[in-house]
Design a binder for this molecule. Structure first.
Ligand code: NAP
Ligand code: MG
Length: 403
C-alpha cells in the first residue's frame, strides 16, 4: 500500500477517557494514519471537555452523527461521586452513551470477536451471537410501591377525553405487598424492530426475537405483533431475497435454542432480557475486551464502539509509568466497523478492503500467539506470548503491512 486510501465523507470521531483514550491515539498513529488519508469530524468527549462545554459536546457529536451517518466512539467515563473531585466537575454529567442513544433513538448490538485458541464456555458456539437490547422502558422506567395490608390496588388509565379505565391489580386483604407499573411505547418498539431488521439485512444473519406473550397477553403480545406487522409490511421480501429468516418464539424456548445453537444470528431481546442475556453471552465468549458494540438507528445511522469501559485500573498504572497490557481489539474493531460502513455508504471499496484486512491482521496476530494479558490467561495456544499495549498494535501492523 503506497498511496493512502482516500475518504469521501468524514467519520464522526468521538474521543474518550483514560486507558482507552491512550489506545485510541495509538490505533490511529500505528494502524490507520499510515494507510488512510483519514477524514474525521472530531469531538472530544473526554470528561474534561464535557465538563468545559456543560456536556454540549456530547449533544453536538450525536447531531453530527445524524448528519454524516457513521461515528466511532472511544469509551468514556460516566461520572459517579468519586469523579466529582477527581475532575473537579460542575455536575455529575449523564452517561454520554445514554445521551447519544436517546438522540439517535438507536438499538445497541453487541457481537463477540472469535479467535482460535480461545474457546467459549459453550464450545459449540463457533459463530458469534449478536445481542440486540431494546433500551427503553419496561422495568427501567417503572413506578413501584410498597403497599400496606388492606390496600386495594388498581391500574388506571385516563384518556385524552378524561375517560377512566380501571383494572384491579390485587386486593391486599391479609398481607402487605408490592406493586409495579410498567410501560412501553409503540413508537419505541417500532424503532427497535426496524433497527433489528436493518441490522439483520446489513450483516446477512437471521433475526430471533422472543417475549413471554402467552403469559403477558397484552404487553408482551404487543411487542410480538409490532415486530410481525413491520416484518410483513416492510422486510419480508428483502429477508427472503437475502436468504435470511425472522424467527419468533417464546423467551424460554429461545434460551434453550440459543444454548443448543452454533451461533451466527442476532438475538433481539426486550430490555431486561437483553440486560441479563448480554452479560451471560459476553461471559461465555470469554472476554469483555473482545466484544464490539454498535448503535443502529431505525434510519440506518451507525455508531461503533467497544463494549468495555475506560479500563481505569490500567490507566492509573500507565500514569505511574508502569507497562500495561491492555487489549485494544474491541476499540480497533470499532474503527474498522466504522471505516467499512463509511466505505460501503460512499462506495469506496478501497476503504472496505482496508477494514477487512486490518481485522484479518488483528485476528492473525492473536492466532499467531501474540496477545495482551487478558487473552494470554484464556488462550489454549502453546506458543503464546504476552505483549504490552503498544507492541500488540505493532505486531498487528507487521501483519497488515505484509498483506
Ligand atoms: P471497564 O473499563 O470495562 O473495566 C473493567 C475491568 O475489565 C478492567 O479493570 C479489566 O480488568 C477488564 N477489562 C476491560 N476492558 C479491558 C481491555 N480492553 N483490556 C484488558 N482488560 C480489560 O469497566 P469499569 O472499570 O467498570 O469502568 C471504568 C470506567 O468506564 C467507568 O468510569 C465507567 O463509567 C466507564 N464505562 C464506559 C463505557 C462506555 O463508554 N461504553 C462502558 C462501561 C464503562 P483487570 O483490571 O482485572 O485487568
Ligand atoms: Mg447487565
Amino acid at each position: 500500500m503506497s498511496e493512502k486510501i482516500q475518504m469521501k465523507t468524514p467519520l464522526v470521531e468521538m474521543d474518550g477517557d483514560e486507558m482507552t483514550r491512550i489506545i485510541w491515539q495509538m490505533i490511529k498513529d500505528i494502524l490507520i494514519l499510515p494507510y488512510v488519508d483519514l477524514k474525521t469530524e472530531y469531538y472530544d468527549l473526554g470528561l474534561v471537555h464535557r465538563n468545559e462545554t456543560d456536556d454540549q459536546v456530547t449533544i453536538d457529536s450525536a447531531e453530527a452523527t445524524k448528519k454524516y451517518g457513521v461515528a466511532v466512539k472511544c469509551a468514556t467515563i460516566t461520572p459517579n461521586a468519586a469523579r466529582m473531585p477527581e475532575y473537579n466537575l460542575k455536575e455529575m454529567w449523564k452517561s454520554p452513551n445514554g445521551t447519544i442513544r436517546a438522540i439517535l433513538d438507536g438499538t445497541v448490538f453487541r457481537t463477540p470477536i472469535i479467535v482460535k485458541g480461545i474457546t467459549p464456555y459453550i464450545p459449540t458456539w463457533t459463530k458469534p451471537i449478536t445481542i440486540a437490547r431494546h433500551a427503553y422502558g419496561d422495568v427501567y422506567k417503572n413506578t413501584e410501591m410498597q403497599v400496606p395490608k388492606g390496600s386495594k390496588c388498581e391500574i388506571v388509565c385516563t384518556d385524552e377525553n378524561g375517560n377512566e379505565t380501571r383494572n384491579l391489580i390485587h386486593n391486599f386483604e391479609g398481607t402487605s405487598g408490592i406493586i409495579q407499573g410498567l410501560h412501553n411505547t409503540d413508537k419505541s418498539i417500532s424503532s427497535f424492530a426496524r433497527s433489528c431488521f436493518n441490522f439483520a439485512l446489513d450483516t446477512k444473519q437471521d433475526l430471533w426475537f422472543a417475549t413471554k406473550d402467552t403469559i403477558s397477553k397484552k404487553y408482551d403480545h404487543r411487542f410480538k405483533d409490532i415486530f410481525n406487522d413491520i416484518y410483513e409490511a416492510e422486510y419480508k421480501d428483502k429477508f427472503e431475497s437475502n436468504g435470511i429468516e425472522y424467527f419468533y418464539t417464546l423467551i424460554d424456548d429461545a434460551v434453550a435454542r440459543v444454548i443448543r445453537s452454533n451461533g451466527g444470528y442476532i438475538w433481539a431481546c426486550k430490555n431486561y432480557d437483553g440486560d441479563v442475556m448480554s452479560d451471560m453471552v459476553a461471559t461465555a465468549y470469554g472476554s469483555l475486551a473482545m466484544m464490539t458494540s454498535v448503535l443502529v438507528s431505525p434510519e440506518g445511522i451507525y455508531e461503533y464502539e467497544a463494549a468495555h469501559g475506560t479500563v481505569q485500573r490500567h490507566y492509573y498504572k500507565h500514569l505511574k509509568g508502569e507497562e500495561t497490557s491492555t487489549n485494544s481489539v474491541a476499540t480497533l474493531f470499532a474503527w474498522t466497523g466504522a471505516l467499512r460502513k463509511r466505505g460501503e455508504l460512499d462506495n469506496t471499496p478501497d476503504l472496505v478492503e482496508f477494514a477487512d484486512k486490518l481485522e484479518k491482521a488483528t485476528i492473525k496476530t492473536i492466532e499467531d500467539g501474540v496477545m495482551t494479558g487478558d487473552l494470554y490467561l484464556l488462550s489454549s495456544l502453546e506458543n503464546k506470548k504476552k505483549v504490552n499495549t503498544e507492541d500488540f498494535l505493532k505486531a498487528v501492523n507487521e501483519r497488515l503491512a505484509a498483506m
